[in-house]
Design a protein around this ligand. Sequence first.
Ligand code: ACO
Ligand code: ZN
Length: 281
Amino acid sequence: LREHEEFTKVKNIATIELGRYEIETWYFSPFPPEYNDSLKLYFCEFCLNFMKRKEQLQRHMRKCDLKHPPGDEIYRSGTLSMFEVDGKKNKVYGQNLCYLAKLFLDHKTLYYDVDLFLFYILCECDDRGCHMVGYFSKEKHSEESYNLACILTLPPYQRKGYGKFLIAFSYELSKKEGKVGTPERPLSDLGLLSYRGYWTRVLLDILKKHKGNISIKELSDMTAIKAEDILTTLQSLELIQYRKGQHVICADPKVLDRHLKAAGRGGLDVDVSKLIWTPYK
Ligand code: ACO
Ligand code: ZN
């Protein structure tokens, strides 16, 4: 029976409790077999250990001394903080996070090899601690110039601009590394919408400032967005013409303004002056 369930990926856990939220899950996640007969799991919001019974969680909370993710705080602005967790130094946390994230990610295979990843955990902080809002993972070394492997905003926090904040953050790290980056494929529908939104807003703002007199290479150098992603974004906005075997940007100010109006909210900005980080060696 279990083999069959794993094969067809029947959703197992229906809801989770995490901090002050009860959250309905979206997809199957391969929790260890002893958890698979539970409809609900209880997570410690700080160390992300999960339990089958509320009393176990209550007992855990009395002795768990974490009040934030186990790692370095690399960004703080107002009540928002970002923590960097090394999967090699915090294996159990990394695995717990992957189990949790898979409940909301359809197409991703679960990484058991958390050693190879860094996890960037976005938190809203108050006097009770730093509460996870979402995260992204990043390979320590990517051959394909991926600067983000998986991204998640927990459902109670979605549609508030945190996704675009996380995406912006991943590009700020790439800028500090002096590299261009791109998200791992495939993207989910919501992932693609968020990236399209981010790329569109960033590129339109620069094109507007430079009155369109700028090349794709220059845009890529300024933003750390991979040239292919710039090209597809500008093509979808119909700002690219193909002349003499070359893609050229044709940014009519009126067209730019029309797109900028349609581009929607800018969202939460990353204040780079508050990022204290050096690339992984
Ligand atoms: N319906 C329509 N558009 C949406 C929706 C929605 N439910 N959610 C997000 N969007 C679009 C909008 O264009 C939105 O911008 P707008 O609000 O200015 O119009 C844009 O995406 C980004 O919105 P944010 O509020 O910044 O993003 P959010 O915090 O909701 O996070 C994310 C986006 C991370 C993709 C979230 O939906 C999520 O966690 N989904 C489940 C996991 C997932 O699919 N992750 C991406 C997988 S791909 C990868 O990991 C490489
Ligand atoms: Zn705990």
